[in-house]
Design a protein around this ligand. Sequence first.
Ligand code: ZN
Length: 166
Amino acid sequence: MKSEFSIHVAKENLKFSAAHFIAYKGFREPLHGHNYQVGVRVEGSLAHTGYVVDFGLIKKLTKEIVDRIDEHTIVPERSDCLRIDRSVPGQVRVRYENDEFVFPAGDVAMLPIVHSSAEELARYIWEELVAALRSRGALDEVAAVEVSVAEGPGQAAIFQREIVRD
Ligand code: ZN
């Protein structure tokens, strides 16, 4: 059954700026950046509080996640074509074929994704947000969560999944 209620959050402060490049076998983008905008939609039923889930909590938790990426270079640590070397303390070296990037470790957001596409970023933020909501017991009335990530105006990738209960 489709849920009756949903809430949607896409605030100005759920933005982050980050550098990245898409890479897969045979192709690499040059390093560049975006001002990403994140949106969250939560579907569910009404709790005794009159909410599906508190808007303020969604905003706070989502902001904590995007703040960890903001003003960093995204490195997809599960890439199948980048060689990531962290053997020198304080450095992250990223190699693609004959090209090498060297970043100060503190400038890098190392994410458990294969490609730093908006689609994979949306899924990553979804997983982090749902884990944070779950650890606060805030998923009781939630049927599904959707996260959108836009690399620019009017161009967003969306990840949606139903919440599975134990
Ligand atoms: Zn890009």
